[in-house]
Design a protein around this ligand. Structure first.
Ligand code: SF4
Length: 399
């Protein structure tokens, strides 16, 4: 019986490799690494591990990664590239030899990130292989093919399929517990209690080895949230956060704006979530069960722009318009300094603010952004929104 199951596993493994058309380097054990962006490392690491890969992550985004990235990048490149490059250097210094990065065609610099980083790192003398996957080209198949190659596929097709489901489950459930955090943080009596529960939930989801363990972690987190003491009389306003994907999702890069807003009594509302992006990029449109974020944004942004200009421009415009039509009181637009698509949205947003009567502020960040100045602008904006909500004043230009 045992012999038979071993044979089946061997056949499955061979089939997977044939399907993926992979030629493996037998003499080199790969150590895989990839850059950070918020919590995205949790499901991605999980998928790699299900393929039998040895994963070595760089430290979570920090000042050292930023200064390494800045040192070896051209000055005017956008902040996400600098962070990624810093992550790669930290990972290579710690022993990684295979770097994974997505490439994408389009109208902004993202399409060049991987090749630029590869050339820079090779010039610095690092010995590694860069595995680039184009998410628009083969969608799911491209991901599985390139990930399997980078991982030196060491699992059968059933294990890979389960690993993929587990990874999607982690993506979805990380979003769920984060949305609850947005609700509890501005209302909690004891500052930091919701965040402590959230952080523990994230750690549990990260550790989960299977889908039931993910669900158990989420249920335990919900149960702990429900025990948080909240102040029902607090004057809460709702602010929507939109902008460039990386900056919105990476707390280090956006100077932890969501936490600061929560402590100012703001319930954050965010359309850009990890799982939404994954479903748009990986799943063919005809398989979408409900309208995705990008489609929704394109529909409502049509009076202000008629075509996609790359990056997350259309999402930023659409989110601001959507915010004005729901119970959101203001919009914070975030982007990296010098980001071409977000510069376009920055120019359109004042018209939306005026036409749709919604306060909007645009904040562009880079390595020179000072925390104190950034927070002062946020506090001033929150005060303004709060005044407008109470006095029901019309919005003129909030920029
Ligand atoms: S969207 Fe902006 S920040 Fe992102 S890669 Fe393109 S230019 Fe850079």
């Amino acid at each position: 019986m045992q012999k038979r199951s071993k044979t089946i596993k061997r056949i499955c493994r061979r089939t997977t490799k044939q399907i993926m058309n992979i030629s493996l380097k037998k003499n080199k054990k790969r150590i895989v690494s990839f850059p950070h962006m918020g919590n995205s490392y949790i499901p991605i690491k999980s998928l790699f591990e299900s393929m039998g890969a040895k994963v070595l992550l760089p430290p979570y985004n920090n000042k050292e990664a930023l200064s390494l990235g800045v040192r070896y990048s051209i000055e005017t490149i956008c902040l996400p590239y600098k962070m990624n490059l810093g992550n790669y250097i930290q990972a290579l210094e710690r022993g990684a030899n295979t770097l994974v990065m997505y490439g994408a065609p389009g109208s902004c610099r993202l399409g060049h990130y991987a090749t630029m980083a590869e050339a820079t790192l090779k010039n610095l003398g690092y010995d590694f292989e860069m595995v680039i996957f184009n998410i628009y080209k083969g969608k799911l198949f491209e991901i599985l093919k390139k990930f399997s190659y980078a991982a030196d596929l060491n699992a059968n097709i059933l294990e890979v399929a389960y690993g993929f489901r587990l990874s999607i489950s982690k993506f979805l459930n990380l979003d769920r517990i984060e949305k609850k955090l947005f609700y509890y943080r501005p209302r909690e009596v004891q500052r930091g209690s919701a965040e402590a529960i959230y952080n523990q939930g994230v750690r549990e989801i990260e550790k989960a080895k299977n889908i039931p363990e993910v669900h158990a972690a989420v249920n335990a987190t919900y149960e702990k949230y429900s025990r948080i003491k909240i102040d029902p009389n607090r004057n809460i306003i709702r602010i929507s956060i939109t902008g460039e994907f990386f900056i919105v999702l990476d707390p280090f890069s956006n100077l932890e704006i969501e936490r600061e807003l929560g402590y100012l009594g703001v319930e954050v509302q965010r359309e850009i979530m990890l799982a939404d992006w994954i479903s748009v990029k990986l799943v063919p449109p005809w398989l979408h069960k409900c309208e995705c974020h990008t489609k929704r944004a394109m529909k409502v942004s049509s009076p202000y722009m008629t075509r996609i200009v790359g990056g997350d421009c259309v999402e930023s415009i659409g989110d601001a318009v959507l915010a004005s039509r729901t119970d959101v009181d203001g919009v914070i637009h975030l982007g990296p300094f010098n980001c071409t698509p977000e510069t376009v949205s920055q120019c359109i947003l004042p018209y939306i603010s005026k036409n749709e009567n919604v306060p909007v502020i645009s904040l562009m960040v880079d390595e020179m952004t000072g925390r104190a100045g950034f927070l002062t602008r946020i506090e001033a904006f929150v005060d303004l929104v709060r005044r407008q909500v109470h006095k029901k004043l019309p919005v003129y230009n909030t920029f």
